[in-house]
Design a binder for this molecule. Structure first.
Ligand code: G3P
Length: 218
């Protein structure tokens, strides 16, 4: 399973890239607004830090403006994945950009039917929002299972399921069990994956016992 970080905070991105476990980055207009930085230079900076796909989302909702924005974003760096909404205009842009060799992430996917459309439009990634479905009393993970199953039934679909709106480690673990290709997670959720009290306890004991030996490895 690939890990993307869902943030536009360059310091967080640098810190997580340094772990060697980061495969990409996703941003959205809300995260860009939170960063307080100008969009295009920020995406350029992120693309220089992370080798994998960096999602940069269009701002327009009409086809004509969206395609222009998408082409401009695609020129920022070779690893930009243009993010478009799951709308008729967004999928039209998706088809055109993927045909031209640009990676596209189709976002705001909330149903298996929408996921089928994204795959037919040739999306590189589809972003189902698990947390937001949970928030309204649905089971977000059921959507992940449905999308993985559907895509497996049609090997010519090359679209990867990119689990988004991840709120906790169980979203990641369950998605991994289902075979989702990617999870994009807030930085704190990625860091929480390392934690287990028995690891801390066990390590403290090993350190203490090693001291008793009076030895040094180096
Ligand atoms: O980037 C899309 C998605 O991950 C947003 O998550 O927490 O705003 O629902 P959230």
């Amino acid at each position: 399973m690939k890990f993307f970080v869902d943030t536009a905070d360059i310091n967080e991105i640098r810190d997580l890239a340094d772990t060697g476990l980061l495969d990409g980055v996703t941003t959205n207009p809300s995260l860009i607004a939170k960063s307080g930085k100008p969009f295009i230079p920020l995406i350029e900076e992120i693309c220089a830090v992370v080798e994998g796909p960096v999602s940069a989302e269009v701002a327009a909702t009409d086809y004509e403006t969206m395609i222009k924005e998408g082409r401009k974003l695609a020129k920022i760096a070779h690893n930009v994945a243009v993010k478009v909404p799951l709308t008729p205009a967004g999928l039209k842009v998706c088809k055109e950009l993927t045909d031209a060799g640009t990676m596209v992430n189709v976002t705001l996917c909330f149903s298996p039917a929408q996921g089928i459309l994204a795959a037919k439009a040739g999306a590189t990634f589809v972003s189902p929002f698990v947390g937001r479905l949970d928030d309204i009393g649905n089971d977000g993970l059921t959507l992940i299972r449905d999308l993985v199953t559907i895509y497996e039934n049609y090997p010519h679909f090359q679209t990867e399921v990119l689990v988004a709106s991840v709120r906790n480690p169980m979203h990641i673990i369950e998605s991994a069990k289902m075979g989702a290709h990617v999870a994009t997670c807030p930085p704190d959720v990625i860091r929480s994956l390392y934690k287990h009290p028995l690891t801390d306890k066990g390590l403290a004991q090993f350190v203490e016992d090693w001291k008793k030996t009076g030895q040094s490895i180096l």
